[in-house]
Design a binder for this molecule. Structure first.
Ligand SMILES: [Zn+2]
Length: 334
């Protein structure tokens, strides 16, 4: 049953299943918690369960996963279920001035540029929310990265989530509830998603056939999130192939970053995240006070390196400096 495919979120899943059984669904839900723990998946499964054509499954509060409606939601083609994220938004943008070859490449570039769910996207989806459900089930509008909506977008959404038409449901997804407007928060029923255990992260990596060389290691640096594990895998690969811990390591790891600035910044941040986790572990297990202090000082420095990457500083330069500053600390990563 689809809900049981969502690992490590039993509490959230059982709440959603209860809503399906009772059909008493609030007009707007807020799924909050770290990235990569199943919020988007849960939103899709919930949309499936509400629209599933198999009454026996619905009575159990679940989706059958095989009927036409379930399959359409899974493929993203169900007319009553809209999943808005940066990819959706990029498609709206690229559609405007691109129609033929080079589309995929252009789309990828556009996705990498996205930072906010914008007002035009919200207008597109609020227009959809006003149309009647064609499948006779529920209209489900899912907005991912909801914390990135700024004033105009958030305001455009407000009155629609206030009192949606019958059998219309908004699901806002965020990794940072505190960054959202209070007026939006007060209109949504919150539902928490917790970080995953390392075991669950490994299980999801295995189930999805993720191409990671060392699932154990990636799970350890995942911070309880599948996307965290995938980022860590890339970062560990950069560190390993660049010869982390050797004299030429800092220059060579930094040289391994992508030539595209946006990507290089993300990669450098992921490497710093791995190093910060390793420093943290080294600090808590340091054998004496002098070592403890050394790791603690390094941790503070690394937090400031991370901040400078967010600003307009060259990510390669910051990463090289950060790696050089580890000289003499004997930090173990692998
Ligand atoms: Zn079904």
């Amino acid at each position: 049953m689809p809900f049981s495919d969502i690992l490590g979120q039993e509490k959230a899943s059982s709440y959603l299943q209860k809503l399906v059984r009772s059909q008493k669904v609030p007009g707007a839900l807020l799924f909050y918690g770290p990235d990569g723990v199943g919020k988007g998946l849960a939103a899709r499964e919930f949309a499936k369960a509400l629209n599933c054509q198999n009454p026996a499954a619905r009575q159990m509060g679940d989706a059958c996963g095989v009927c036409a409606a379930c399959q359409a939601v899974a493929k993203g083609t169900h007319p009553d279920v809209t999943f808005v994220d940066f990819l959706y938004q990029a498609r709206l943008e690229v559609k405007k001035d691109f129609s033929s070859k080079g589309y995929e490449e252009e789309l990828e570039k556009e996705v990498a540029k996205q930072q906010h769910i914008g007002v035009d996207t919200i207008r597109d989806v609020t227009a959809k929310s006003q149309q009647k459900a064609v499948g006779g089930g529920w209209k489900v509008l899912i907005v991912d990265a909801a914390q990135t909506m700024q004033g105009a977008a958030a305001n455009a959404l407000l009155k629609f989530i206030e009192e949606p038409p019958a059998r219309t449901l908004w699901i806002l997804i965020t990794n940072k509830r505190s960054a959202m407007l209070r007026t939006i928060l007060s209109r949504c029923q919150p539902l928490a998603f917790a970080p995953l255990s390392q075991e669950n992260v490994k299980q999801v990596l295995a189930d999805t056939g993720a191409d990671v060389p060392d699932a154990d290691l990636c799970a350890r640096y995942s911070a309880g999130s599948v996307s965290g594990a995938l980022k860590a895998a890339q970062a560990l690969e950069l560190l390993q192939s660049g010869g982390f811990g050797t004299p030429q390591g800092p220059v060579s790891v930094a040289a391994g970053l992508s030539r595209t600035l946006v990507t290089a910044r993300q990669e450098a941040q992921a490497v710093l995240d791995v190093l910060i986790m390793a420093l943290h572990r080294a600090w808590t297990s340091a054998p004496d006070e002098a070592k403890q202090r050394a790791f603690q000082t390094a941790l503070k420095r690394f937090e400031s390196y991370k901040r400078s990457i967010g600003r307009n500083v060259s990510p390669a330069l910051v990463l090289e400096t950060a790696l050089m500053s580890l000289d003499g600390l004997d930090l173990r990563i692998f």
